[in-house]
Write a protein that binds this ligand. Structure first.
Ligand code: NAI
Length: 263
């Protein structure tokens, strides 16, 4: 899938990875980019930077009507949505001490938002014979995330949901990719810095922290190749293989790693 001449929606696009993707899609010649975020002013700044091929919409992705509204707005302005990037996400920074409201909010933003996006766009894509969903998940959803329980669990659920959509709609022309980074210099990274570093160390990474633009490069490549997993950090793919090869050894290694943090 090439984004040239395509209509694209990006959520969480006021900053970080979403912003970098929105700008890159525009640079690649997208016909229209709908820049969505809870931060309306930030979204407007990004849309303004892109120019007439972009519109900004303030939306809370945990509210289904808001997500539907994004699709309606994109269709009304540019035409049917070819690519929906469900990218907004939050992190709590908490383990077992995370409160019920923190769990509920994280489930809504990190999981249900992907469900709302799929409900809003997949039927139209099937009717038109094709479309693409790109869901930003995380390496933490594949290999857990020492420290932050709601984040690890919701990112894992998000990957599982993307797999579900992929296997149910592949033959109807709908492609799905999951973007799984593990340390990108963004607002969230600053907020969840301990967890992000821990995930990087847990996967045996050098701790290399990427810029959002590098992630956007990887997204363009991953979409062109229509890869289900898009791993901006290559060591994540290797770690996932090791986990699949010997899950007991993986679990024991992770437990020793977490112990060493507490020592
Ligand atoms: P960021 O904090 O820079 O951007 C997140 C954006 O989502 C913000 O603009 C925020 O206003 C928006 N947002 C939050 N809740 C929202 C809601 N309910 N409705 C609409 N917009 C909302 O963070 P970053 O890093 O760019 O995060 C983007 C995605 O990448 C997230 O899903 C995150 O979990 C994922 N990710 C980030 C990693 C990192 O190291 N930065 C690593 C792995 C995954």
């Amino acid at each position: 899938m090439r984004v040239r001449d395509k209509v694209v929606v990006v959520t969480g696009a006021a900053s970080g990875i979403g912003r970098a993707m929105a700008l890159r899609f525009a640079a690649e010649g997208a016909a229209g980019v709908l820049v969505a975020d809870l931060d309306g002013a930030g979204a407007s700044e990004v849309a303004h930077r892109i120019g007439e091929r972009a519109v900004a919409v303030r939306a809370d992705v945990s509210v289904e009507d808001d997500v539907r509204g994004l699709v309606t707005a994109a269709e009304g302005t540019f035409g049917p949505v070819d690519l929906f990037c469900s990218n907004a996400g939050i992190i709590t920074g908490h383990g077992l001490e995370a409160t019920d409201p923190e769990w509920t909010r994280t489930i809504a933003v990190n999981v249900l938002a992907h469900v709302y996006a799929a409900r809003a766009v997949v039927p139209g894509m099937v009717e038109r014979g094709g479309g693409y969903l790109l869901n930003t998940c995380s390496a933490a959803g594949l290999v857990s995330c020492p420290g932050d329980a709601p984040y690890a669990v919701t990112k894992s659920a998000a990957i599982s949901f993307a797999e579900w959509v992929a296997i149910h709609y592949a033959t109807k022309g709908v492609k799905v990719s999951v973007l799984c980074p593990q340390g990108v210099r963004t607002g969230m990274f600053e907020q969840g810095i301990a967890e992000q570093h821990l995930t990087a160390r847990a996967v045996g990474a050098s701790g290399a922290i990427l810029d959002p633009d590098t992630v956007a490069d990887e997204v363009i490549e991953g979409l062109a190749a229509e890869r289900f997993h898009i791993f901006p950090h290559p060591e994540v793919a290797e770690f996932v293989r090791r986990k699949a090869d010997d899950p007991d050894r993986w679990l024991a290694g992770m437990a020793r790693f977490v112990d060493s943090l507490e020592a």
